[in-house]
Every structure is written in C-alpha cells, then in structure tokens.
Ligand binder design. Structure first.
Ligand code: NAG
Ligand code: NAG
Ligand code: NAG
Length: 559
C-alpha cells in the first residue's frame, strides 16, 4: 500500500503541475451490482468477461426453468447475471481448471430443497464448464454427464490442478453435518481417474474432525502440500506417499469448520522456492462439541509461514500476526506479489446455528470490514498494513467469496450463515447477502500499462515477445517491472483453490513498445492450464491477458 502510493507520487506531481499536493488514489470499495442472483458461496473467473457464482439449490431470487437457480454467470463488464442450468446441488463443492481449460466443479450436497423440484444429489457430481470466449455469454453452460462421477461422495472436498493438468481431489464428507466432519471420506482421488479405487489418507484420519476443505498447494517439484486442522504433509502423487510436516504452531487450526486461510506465496525464477502462508483460524480445542462453543470466541491473528525446502522444513514455521483476528476470510494474490487479506469475522466459527449463542443463524460475529495487505518481502513484523484501506461496510462472513478479476480488481460477493436465502428485514445482522462489490486497488484510477496482444497459447520454457503500451510516467529506465502468470483460482470457504502466481523474468524494449518474458520451465512450476498474464510497472498493474499455458491438451499431459 505504502509502496504503491509512493511510486505514484512523482507521476501525479508531473501530471498535475500544481503546487498543491495531488489527491492520491486510494483503495476503494465500489458497489458493482445490487444482486448476484444467487448467493455467491463459490466464485470463479471463467473467462476475461465472466465469473461463475454457485450456491445451493434453494430459494434464491434468480429463476430458471420455473425454479430458483443455484448457478449464475456474472458479466464482469456489465454486472448482468444470467442463470445457469445446473442439474445437481453444487452447495459446498470444490473446483478447479483442467489443462484443456475446462473448469470442473467437484462434489457438493446430497440433499434437495423443498419446493425446488429440479434438484439432484450433488455429492458425487462433476460439473464441467468448457472454455467459453463469447463476450455475451451466449452458449456458455454447465455440462453434467450422469455417468461421469466421482468414485466417492464428497461434500466440502478440495480440488486443485497438478503437474499433469488433472485434478487431485481430497477429503470431504458423505452427508451434511451442522459442524464437524462426522461421516468422512478420508481419501484422495483424481479427475480424470488415475485408478479405479480411491487412495486412503492417514493424514485425513489424523486431522479429524475439523478437516473439511483441506488447503492444497501444487509444489514446483510436482508434489502437493496439504494442510488440514493443525497438521500438514507433503503428498507425493507419483509414489502415493504422505510425509508429515510440522504442525501449525500454537495449536491453531485452519480448516472448516475452523476456517483460517492459506496461500502459496509467489514463485520466482530461477529457483521457484515454495513458501506457504497460513493466517487466522482459531486455537480452539476441536474436541469441544459445537453446542458448547461460542460465536464470541476470538479467532486467531496468527500467520505462520514455512519454506518448503529441506532446510525450510527443518527451520519450521515462522510466526507473525495480522492486524486483526480473523476466521472465514481469504488470502488472495495481487499481480505485484502482495497478498490481500479480506472478508471474515473476528470471532466464532463456520457453520449455521450450531454454537450455543448464534447471532441470528451465524456461528461467527464481529465481521472484519477493513482488508489488509501482506508484503512477503518486507521484514518480519512489518509485513502487514491496512493504511488507507477503506471499510467494506458489508459483512462478508460464512459463505462469502472473493476473487481477483482479469480487470485487476477484486470481486467480492456472498455471505449467508442461513439455511436458505433469508433477507428478513431489520434486525437481521447477517442476512443472505446478494450485493456484489469490487475492491479497487489504486492502479485502477490511473493510466495503466497495457499488454496489447498475446498468443492464445504459451509453450513452457520459451521466450515470448508481446506488444505493450506504457504511459509516460512509467516509461523511465529504472522502473520496477514484474510479469506474473496467474491462476485466479476458485474461491470458497476461506480457500482460493488452485490460486498461483509465477513471476517470469522479463525485459521491456528500449522503445518501451514491447515486452519479452520467459515462461515457466515446466508444468510442475505452473500446472498446464488457463492463466492470466499481468504486467506491473512500479506497482501499477495492467489488465490481465487470458492465455493457455501449455498445449491445451486434455489431462493428463506433460506439455
Ligand atoms: C484478538 O484476540 C485476542 C484474544 O485471543 C485479544 O486479546 C486481541 O485483542 C484480539 N486482537 C484484535 C486485533 O482484536
Ligand atoms: C432468517 O433470519 C432470522 C434472523 O436471523 C432467523 O431467526 C431465521 O431462522 C432465519 N430463517 C432461515 C430459514 O434461515
Ligand atoms: C477437458 O478434459 C476433460 C477430461 O478429459 C473432458 O471431460 C472435457 O470434456 C474436456 N474439455 C473439452 C473442452 O474438450
């Protein structure tokens, strides 16, 4: 934050040519739409123009085929919503992109909803959304084949894309529960299938009962780092082995229903050393039954960071603190490598009306309205800042979501600690929230660099030159240049599944008209699949260019 504003100072001074201090651009929340149509429990950007929101089959206002919709296509440019025809209940599903650009929504809820006759059980479902370039959304739809299903039933599973472009799918529960994982599916499977049976996971057994939506990260050597409850492992997909790593310090737990958030910090050449940051959650004893817990129990401010190299693992987690206590929040990358912390509550837990003193139906209270920025390269103790950050005004607690858009701002939607769509008037502190906001970084209000065109597909380990436009104030020779290759991820339940930022070595030509960058060496560093390329000059980021990293082949693929 501080850095962004300082870097704009010289520009504003020269542009305005006035003696009085220029008005500095600040971060802003803006109301993007009055209604998301369906509660945005899950949100995922699926093209340069569209995000998808998923909720449960319920009584949401958006209609399709004579019943309430539970999926919607949200136009990022016009803020219009269009109902999606989803057959199965996508409530609390995971999701990620495959190497061929198709988005797969994974698992969901078994139960139907009275008065919504179209519902089919979703806990074994795989919902596919093929790449759809249509600027109007025409013909963009969810496809479900009743024969294409998961090996096991999974509510609250996580899925991410791995080095061969397929999805690893971890954990979940067979049926609905009001709080803990009481009927677990302690296993791992893949889409497309790598074998015809699931792989049992001792780690998931050990991390019961608060191990829902495990936090998963594809490491640059192809292995997968996993966190559930207060435990972590590295999983070797190729040998099927789990290696336990140090627990999160001080008994802090971070998976549902004790939602903290976690993120893979940006990977940089030449070594792409992986570091993971884990923030918030709670140090509650997970053996206490829900009905004895309180919505007023303080969430944790703890952030722990680990470097996933042999030396880093020996050193263990380094402990830091956010400026706030948070649960139900999310960590999201900025194109310049900073991390945004947004949404959530300062006390309580995930879930609906299961603690002894819910607020309305919310197991959490004290919504945290002011986001924070984390600068990974800053000194310990000085990494968090909320200087100049506005207040969201709108509570985003359980069942809220946030994602970076290809436009470069953050789309924030959802929040609903109720069993259905419930906006019953005054006195309801945490209603079903349909308002959609953007959180706009300072660069949204100044002239920005532009990537004028890119090839549709980028090959691994290659040098790519693209035409750019640089505003005058960013055209100086000592400007700081960053080019990021990003997976914008799939947001739900405090976790941004698949989110990834890989920096690429880059140079700008002497005439400032072209940019040359070097793509990641292989699919282990950036699993083959869709990506967005951002150019950031002195912390002013361009809009993102939507590309296919790799061949675009169906998984499994190594190119
Ligand atoms: C976070 O919670 C602790 C109690 O565990 C409390 O002492 C502290 O003041 C809280 N921090 C903030 C920033 O509210
Ligand atoms: C709607 O919200 C009110 C107030 O929070 C709560 O008492 C009621 O149970 C909710 N209804 C449903 C169906 O969630
Ligand atoms: C992408 O691959 C998946 C898995 O093989 C397949 O189900 C899907 O239809 C493919 N998408 C496209 C657009 O071909």
């Amino acid at each position: 934050m501080k850095r962004s504003i300082l870097s704009l100072l010289p520009f504003l001074a020269t542009l305005t040519h006035t003696a009085s201090p220029p008005a500095l651009p600040a971060w802003q929340f803006n109301l993007k739409a009055e209604s998301s149509g369906v509660v945005a429990v899950e949100s995922v950007v699926v093209s340069p123009n569209f995000a998808i929101f998923f909720n449960r089959a319920s009584n949401d206002p958006l209609q399709i085929n004579g019943h309430s919709a539970w999926g919607a296509l949200f136009n990022l440019k016009t803020a219009e919503v269009t109902a999606l025809d989803v057959a199965t209940n996508s409530f609390c599903a995971g999701g990620a992109f495959l190497s061929n650009g198709t988005m797969a929504s994974i698992g969901g809820d078994e139960l139907g909803f009275p008065g919504n006759p179209a519902i089919k059980p979703g806990n074994q479902a795989i919902r596919l959304f093929a790449p759809c370039a249509s600027p109007t959304g025409d013909g963009c739809t969810v496809f479900e084949d009743p024969n294409l299903i998961l090996l096991e039933k999974r509510w609250y599973p996580s899925a991410i894309r791995i080095f061969d472009g397929s999805l690893i799918i971890v954990g979940g529960m067979h049926v609905e529960s009001t709080f803990n994982n009481i009927d677990p599916e302690n296993s791992i499977e893949f889409f497309p299938r790598k074998e015809q049976t699931v792989r049992p996971s001792p780690f998931l057994v050990r991390s019961l009962p608060a191990n829902l939506f495990p936090r998963l990260f594809a490491l640059p050597d192809g292995k997968v780092f996993m966190i559930a409850n207060d435990q972590s492992i590295i999983y070797d997909v190729e040998t099927g082995t789990e290696t336990p790593l140090p627990d999160i310090p001080n008994g802090v737990r971070i998976t549902n229903p004790i939602d903290g958030s976690a993120i893979l910090l940006p990977l940089s050449p030449p070594d792409f050393t992986p570091e993971v940051l884990v923030c918030g959650g709670s140090d509650i004893d997970d053996r206490i039954p829900a009905e004895q817990l309180s919505s007023q129990f303080p969430a944790s401010s703890q952030c722990s960071r680990i470097t996933l190299t042999p030396e880093g693992i020996t050193k263990g987690w380094e402990v830091d603190h956010m400026l706030s206590n948070r649960t139900l929040h999310e960590l999201v990358h900025l194109p310049n490598g900073q991390i945004l912390v947004a949404n959530g509550a300062a006390t309580g837990f995930a879930g609906i009306a299961s603690v002894r003193d819910p607020v309305g139906n919310s197991n959490a209270d004290h919504a945290v309205l002011v986001p924070e920025l984390y600068t990974p390269s800053a000194e310990l103790g000085g990494r968090f800042s909320n200087a100049g950050m506005p207040s969201a005004e709108i509570a985003r607690v359980y069942h809220s979501s946030i994602t970076l858009t290809p436009q470069g701002n953050f789309l924030i939607a959802g929040s609903n600690p109720n069993r259905e769509s419930n906006i019953t008037g005054p006195g309801v502190k945490f209603p079903s929230e349909f308002r959609v906001q953007t959180l706009d970084p300072p660069y949204m209000f100044v002239e920005r660099p532009k990537i004028l065109s890119t090839p549709e597909r980028l090959a691994f380990d290659s040098e790519v030159t693209v035409p750019i436009f640089l505003p005058d104030f960013l055209s100086h020779d000592d400007a700081k240049i960053q080019v990021s290759l990003m997976d914008l991820g799939f947001s739900t339940h405090g976790f941004h599944a698949g989110a990834r930022l890989v920096f690429m070595d880059a140079t700008i030509s002497k005439d400032k008209k072209s940019l040359t960058f070097v793509t990641p060496p292989n699919g282990r560093v950036y699993p083959p699949g869709p990506a967005t390329v951002f150019l950031t000059v002195d912390d002013v980021s361009s809009e993102g260019a939507w590309v296919m990293m790799g061949s675009g082949n169906a998984p499994p693929t190594l190119e």
